[in-house]
Design a protein around this ligand. Sequence first.
Ligand SMILES: [Zn+2]
Length: 166
Amino acid sequence: MSHQVVFGIRRAGQTMAEAMTLAGGRLLDIEFNEIKSGYRLRYSPDNRKTYIDVFLFDSLSSGAGYCSALADRTAELMAVTRKVLNECPAGCDSACHECLMHYWNQRVHAMLDRKAALDLLDWCEAAKLPDAIPYDEQAAIAVAAQCPERGILHHRRWSETLCASG
Ligand SMILES: [Zn+2]
């Protein structure tokens, strides 16, 4: 898989994790920094599929139970996550301080892209792929990734897992 594709997937995963944290805070009416999040990539044994696990956990070491509460409200959480990603008051192109950026996630500001995360969310919820990539571009990516052209779409298989508090 090309570095470019992996970078795009990482961007989407990181942004999804940040958006779910903000959404969880809104949904439970708590400070969003009570919730922490992360993501990891996993690959199928044949390396043809990539899975993204996004996970949330309580920031308090004692565990306040916020993430357990969110695990029971996944549909609502994902609806609010979509709002967070969709509705930037400033209408920015990728991410800004009006939507996803804040002091506590400074180290990942350069990775945030709400449109990449929306593509990921569409795929998770409806198996809807991003707008078609022109055939020529797909072929170029396939060559770069040294895989058959028909394999490209399979590389966009993403999964998402919401974990309970840990
Ligand atoms: Zn914004």
